[in-house]
Design a protein around this ligand. Sequence first.
Ligand SMILES: [Zn+2]
Length: 547
Amino acid sequence: MKRKLAAVAVLSATAMLTGVIQVSTSVAQASPAAPSLQAQAVQQHAAVVAVAKGQSGPIAKALALGDQEKLVAKDAIVDKDGTRHLRYERTYAGLPVIGGDLVVHQKADGAVKSVNKAVSAQITLPSLTPQIPADKAADQATGAVKSTVGVTVDSDESPIAGVHQTGKPELVVWATDGNPRLAYRTTVEGVRADGTPSSQILITDASSGKVLSTHEKIETAAGTGNGVFVGQVQLTTNQNGSQFELKDTTRGGQSTTDMNNGTSGSGSLFANPNNSFGDGTASNRESAAVDAQFGAATTWDFYKSTFSRNGIRNDGVGALSRVHYGSNYVNAFWSDDCFCMSYGDGNGDAAPLTEIDVAGHEMTHGVTAATAALNYSGESGGLNEATSDIMGTMVEFYANLPSNPPNYWIGELINLRGDGSPLRYMDQPSKDGQSADNWDPNVGNLDVHYSSGVANHFFYLLSEGSGAKTINGFNYNSPTADGSTLAGIGRDKAAQIWYRALTTYFTSTTDYAGARAATLSAASDLYGANSTEYNAVAATWTAVNVN
Ligand SMILES: [Zn+2]
């Protein structure tokens, strides 16, 4: 494999040199400050993705992929020194390969340094003819969701009503478990008991009909609500005739709509002639909309100023926020299908879930989907949830609101538990009674909102260190599994390491051991191979029993 990898240097040095020079030069010129340069940065990102697209053939050759395999460019990142990280999905005989994703790391001259693959297995299928017809696979998928037998959805999630299949089962190659074979991908929809829509993708074996995997596409904050949180804030609105709309054309056109307690459609855009929205009470319909719109704007600004990221997909396009979703709906969720987040009004429709760390959490699900696309089950699901908690917390620190002093707890103002306690704790996740503080072999079997505890704990320890301390008026006492004492490197550096790992090294199948390796690579890239930060990452994973 090494010998094959070396070959790409020659190929790309001839074919791609122009692209390399253009890309690295323009990225160095970009400044996150001026709005006029934002469009430029979006163009540059598109240019790098185009380079990834142009290289897909030579890279497939260099990786010794078979004749039937093709790479499809998904995303790309260029470092200041010109190093490129090209993210691909894969097809086999034109069929999507689930678990075929990989990231190729190239030097500025095009030489391949290394590759992160979701699975390393070679893909060769003896036949492309399914043993089981598509309609039988669909029956098996809907039956599995109805009975939840043999389905690996989060164990404590509520049963689903109105289960029905949408679209046609699609033939795919299932490679995620390292044993590539022909399978069907079927989408099954319904509604959970708390009103959260469910849209699951099921993979069934095309030979045996066995359900191999389920993946819930609706990613929730798992909660309940109380009050309106941001206080007095500035909003960028859009004048349309005599009306001012909750639409922000300086941030990708992201807007907030009123679902009027319905659950379908995109709702009606908030607008009024005064250019003043809400009164701070939950009974005023605009108040929750102010939270949502401000949360989206702050999340946008956080990603832009911290990571030079232009919106959730890094394409300059803003997402939709939908408030007053459903009736007595005590949750919030992100959906890639509508590129939107939705917030319930909580118990009695009087307690919206629009706290800013929830906004940051939901939009970060969109960032994860656009990059590593961590599978929403098992350990990768915990890492997906933790990524949202980590960046949601960072958004809360970035906002630094007097009405919501930032902390390492999740949803501490929305009072989902009814006793004023936070939904989740990053300093000691087990304080919620269900989350894991440290890794153990069973962690992947927990609900993703609890297996996330290991990474949340890692992030807190890496940021602040172990033991008792008071930060910003909040009291923490973070333990370590091995009894070690950690100093912490600060949350800003910890967030840079996590983001780089997410966008550059994580794949759909990354587990906790993989996250350790990926964050070490990220720390090495950012701060050096023997840096304090690198050593802190290693010691902190050890302190949460990830070795
Ligand atoms: Zn979530």
